[in-house]
Design a protein around this ligand. Sequence first.
Ligand code: NAD
Length: 412
Amino acid sequence: MTMNAYQTTNLYLERAFDLLALPERLRTALITPSRELRVELLIELDDGSLGHYIGYRVQHDDSRGPFKGGLRYHPDVDLDEVRALASLMTWKTAVVDVPFGGAKGGIQVDPKQLSRRELERLTRRFVEQISPVIGPETDIPAPDMNTNAQVMGWFFDEYSRRKGFAPAVVTGKPLELHGSLGRDAATGRGCVFAVREVLGAAGKKIDGTSFAIQGFGNVGSWLARLLYERGARIVGVSDLKGGVFKGDGLDIPALLEHARITGSVVDFVRAEAITNHDLLTVECDVLAPAALGHVLHEGNARDVRAKCVLEAANGPTTADADQIFSERGIVCIPDIWANAGGVTVSYFEWTQNTQKLKWEEEQVNHMLEQHMVASHRAIAGTMEEFKCSMRTAAFAVGVRRVKEATLLRGLG
Ligand code: NAD
């Protein structure tokens, strides 16, 4: 039976619970989401008709700090997916030790079908509907798939109109609207630190290592750029429309320019065209899925030729694929650590906003590196302690921290 994203997350969690021998009542407390909100979003479309969309905000856990998690606009958004992503945020914020809990939001919509004005109206309606349960000390959204700094800017504005000036209600804002230097690149940069630490532990370097990257949006494009700058060979990249391949390495600056002009990596002349399936199975050292969830599954996991999977996306590997990778000795750098750079710098943005400060980009990047290196140390120590996979160790690190906070606050 194929598990959905929420079942997959809970399976990984149960493994960590078993390692830590947690009692049943604590397992129930840690697994159960705190609040699930579903909202009906009615907006006037540009042609005068009425658009009707469904939005969600799931707040999973706030024992270590305010709920925190991105906002996704995608046609496949449903309650199970948002639940899974909210839970992942709880463990992710704990793994990198930032003082937040976990939440996630989403609207079931294909944003490419909406005009800019319609997208703005939809965002403002969503803020209106969820404003009773969010706030700078309560729940702080951020960008995710198909949402960006502009969407966060509208979010900040709508909330502030209703409740008074509050830039700390959302992170990933434009720099002109109290965003942080380094936030745009943060998730990709965090992935680079994660893979650097894992390669380093095996006596290897990014320089000369080959990568294939699925997704060329915020995370994938920054990851490609930063790896390229460190001497990596990026052999393949893909997006929604298809992929490109070049065995001796793509010219990433030229590809970024091509994608900026055309809106896609396809038709890049200095490379061979490939499909998304080909991209996931090309010969490379590290495969980095940086788009959707569940793209690595039972049907393609045996064809993967990479030695390592860097989970830049959230939940890209199904439980079946995870099992196959483990049998094949393919190392999975788990999402709850690999892509935690975004929420770490979101924490820095929130801190700057609440203190009315502005930090230099070097300071942001340096502090991000410290969080990623410290969390690697905690994960590696836990792998050693329990002789388990990196994913189970990362969950165990997160669960231990959330468990301690939960017990100290009292189970109620
Ligand atoms: P984005 O919207 O900026 O980019 C998504 C990219 O994926 C685009 O290039 C798109 O063309 C591509 N894509 C979409 N569907 C695809 C498909 N079926 N096949 C191949 N490519 C496809 O989104 P993003 O912010 O870069 O997020 C990507 C992933 O990273 C998501 O899983 C998200 O949850 C995760 N993530 C993002 C952040 C962040 O700070 N943005 C933080 C942590 C995790």
